[in-house]
Design a protein around this ligand. Structure first.
Ligand code: SF4
Length: 235
């Protein structure tokens, strides 16, 4: 199990080693709460580039949120086709979310959540059937000014391999709290983007490309793969 000091060292190395990508990722566009929620549905488990592309396609293909709300999930899924896995489930979640928002507010505007306390706003978001832990954390981080790192399977995989989270801890709230102590709030969104990019580009689920990874000298799993290439596969 990595010590707190070791974890902080790995976090510093991550920012140092991936500094070039960090510059490109810094300027994420600001979006209203409702739009951040929809973007989060696109972003979970996907790359930032694919999510950006899908979100832009969504806006270009449909006239407004109401048109998306009344569209068939299959039509929406076609527009989201670049998003793996499962664009149809994402399409159903987006339509379901817009429907719920419309039924309760007769509009497509959730900016009133900005006036509530963080906990209350997150609680209200979590009540939507299309919400999940990732979407609530994403909106909390990107629209509500909270310190909440959105955790999808890609992030969890890479963070476990880097031993920034403990192998035997699975509760997302506990993991998030631990990460929030390791990563300053001002850098948390960038941290999540960097880890996500690493997971998509190099730290694949099977056969991670440790030899090409700039974090290999600081990654316990990468080091293990070097010492015991045949007997120990990276998790
Ligand atoms: S060294 Fe290997 S296991 Fe570690 S983060 Fe890089 S790709 Fe993943």
């Amino acid at each position: 199990m990595a010590t707190t000091m070791n974890k902080q060292k790995v976090v510093s190395q991550l920012f140092a080693a991936l500094g070039k990508q960090a510059k490109e990722l810094e300027d994420a566009p600001a979006r209203p709460v409702l739009e951040q929620f929809i973007y989060a549905v696109c972003r979970e488990g996907s790359t930032r580039a694919h999510a950006d592309q899908a979100y832009q396609a969504l806006q270009a293909h449909f006239f407004d949120w109401n048109e998306i709300r009344v569209s068939a999930p299959e039509e929406l899924a076609e527009v989201l086709e670049g998003l793996a896995p499962d664009p149809l489930t994402r399409a159903q979640r987006i339509i379901g979310f817009l429907q719920e928002v419309f039924e309760t507010t007769f509009a497509f505007d959730l900016e009133s959540l900005q006036q509530k306390g963080l906990k209350q706003a997150a609680k209200q978001l979590a009540r939507y059937q299309s919400a999940n832990d990732y979407a609530v954390a994403w909106v909390t981080q990107h629209s509500l000014g909270g310190h909440a790192i959105p955790l999808d399977n890609v992030l969890l995989r890479v963070l476990r391999r880097l031993q920034l989270i403990d192998e035997d801890v699975h509760d997302l709230e506990t993991i998030r709290t631990s990460l929030e102590h390791q990563v300053p709030k001002a850098k948390a969104a960038l941290f999540a983007d960097l880890i996500s990019g690493l997971g998509q580009d190099l730290c694949h689920e099977t056969r991670p490309l440790c030899q090409n990874c700039p974090l290999k000298p600081h990654c316990p799993t990468g080091q293990l793969a070097k010492s015991h290439p045949a007997s120990k596969k990276p998790r």
